[in-house]
Design a binder for this molecule. Structure first.
Ligand code: ADP
Length: 429
């Protein structure tokens, strides 16, 4: 046994990450890779022990809109596995627009993780400046707008009507929520550490930390080194590898060359996605709209979409989308219910994604967090290798399915430039 242990050293993970949705997990993995870490992303809690020698594992859950108790349960299983792989720090990743339902589960999951890790203090910062998400005086901005004035007002599942993170998180937490203001962050890591200590003395359990720029995040990084638990979006990741004596990487891992047809499946109703769909259509590229209210049945709609795809796949990428305006979504929700409509559309798109791969698609872009979750599950993807970045927060990834190799990019709704869909295939080529 001693000899075997020498030949097959136990792979110890440094950073263990739990992401509340699939695109968010990829977004975090992307930032960690770019900052110098070797990362594996797994969908759901893996059954096997970690065998690859990596610095971080990101476990992608699909818990964002689940009732708090379910989200806590899933996160605990993930925590247990990550601890068993030797993770010395846990990172709970949620959306940079703090997406949560009115009975939000970010607070309950964060506090359950704190309890399990035996810590009385953690941070909460969804800042991601590369994608225009900044936190100032505890308020979350999306570009130039307060979160509550942004398109997130009209999100089909998690409308965000308040931008004050201290208030939103406090409503979800038992422990007190405090704030580390930007004027402290601007001074540097030691000042942030001192502020953490002062908040802790005052009985604060979770501190929202202001950050406007990447420099802020890099300054915050060293102050996080001793915390057993971090919570935030993917931006916080850029300041972490230095704590593990790892340097910034020039390039994300190389992926095998792309194969097969190119397709996009979009169930995101976010503003950025609307622009991307319009841009794709205005370039004269083929697209097929899914309209839940006009379909005779889900089966009929899936068959119709795949028959259309069969005729158009080839020279050019094709787009199949359900993305619709808030008014249209509300009309659908009125008839099918909020959850019902979301699930119905996700199921249809997931079956279409699987059908597309069966038709020879080898390069697949999925737009929408929940939509990506449904597509990944229906394709049976268990883990992915992280490759080059298309836009901040969205890398190409690679996986091998029974059907063959698949390059896949999971785009969170509000990420990416208007030309994202076409550009993504150019990045891969
Ligand atoms: P994002 O990343 O933009 O938030 P998601 O995929 O996470 O995108 O969420 C969008 C939700 O809206 C999904 O549950 C999806 O099924 C639902 N949806 C998409 N299109 C429609 C539509 N036309 N009518 C009703 N709901 C829709």
């Amino acid at each position: 046994p001693a000899c075997a242990a020498r030949r097959y050293p136990r792979m110890k993970v440094k950073l263990g990450c739990i992401a509340d949705d699939f695109t968010g997990a990829t977004d975090l993995a992307n930032n960690l890779v770019r900052a110098g870490m070797r990362v594996t992303q797994a969908f759901g809690v893996p059954e096997a022990q970690q065998s690859a020698d990596v610095d971080a594992v990101v476990i992608a859950l699909k818990s964002r809109t689940n009732p708090a108790q379910e989200a806590v349960q899933q996160s605990m299983l993930a925590l247990h596995w990550l601890k068993a792989q030797g993770a010395t720090q846990i990172y709970f990743k949620y959306c940079s627009t703090f997406d949560s339902t009115p009975s939000g589960n970010i607070g309950p999951v964060a506090e359950a993780l704190m309890d399990a890790l035996g810590t009385d203090f953690t941070v909460a910062t969804p800042a991601f400046p590369d994608n225009g998400r900044s936190v100032f005086k505890g308020h979350l901005f999306v570009g130039d707008q307060l979160l509550s004035d942004s398109g997130m007002r009209d999100h089909p599942l998690t409308p965000m009507l308040d931008a004050n993170l201290v208030r939103i998180l406090q409503a979800q937490c038992q422990r007190r929520v405090g704030l580390v203001e930007h004027r402290v962050v601007a001074v540097g890591a030691q000042a942030v550490r001192e502020r953490f200590a002062a908040l802790r003395r005052d009985g604060v359990g979770l501190a929202v930390v202001d950050a406007i720029t990447n420099e802020d995040l890099l300054r915050i990084g060293p102050a996080l080194a001793d915390l057993p638990l971090l919570t935030g979006a993917s931006g916080l990741a850029i300041g972490l590898p230095q704590n593990f004596a790892l340097g910034a990487a020039q390039h994300a891992a190389q992926l095998p060359p792309p194969t097969g047809h190119r397709a996009i499946v979009s169930g995101s109703c976010s503003q950025a996605t609307h622009e991307q769909v319009a841009y794709f259509q205005s370039a004269g590229l083929p697209s097929f709209a899914i309209d839940p209210l006009k379909a005779a049945s889900a089966d009929a709609l899936v068959s119709q979409a795949l028959a259309w795809a069969g005729e158009h796949l080839g020279q050019r990428p094709v787009l199949i989308f359900s993305s619709a305006t808030p008014q249209t979504v509300q009309a659908v929700q009125k008839i099918m219910g909020v959850q019902g409509a979301g699930q119905w559309v996700e199921d249809v798109l997931a079956r279409i994604a699987r059908g597309l791969v069966d038709l020879g698609v080898g390069q697949l872009v999925v737009a929408g967090g929940e939509t990506s979750g449904a597509c990944v599950q229906s394709l049976g993807i268990q883990s992915m290798q992280i490759g080059p970045q298309i836009d901040p927060g969205v890398p190409w990834c690679y996986t091998e399915l029974a059907r063959g190799p698949l390059h896949v990019a999971l785009k969170s709704g509000n990420f990416g430039s208007a030309d994202f869909f076409e550009k993504s295939f150019k990045v891969l080529a």
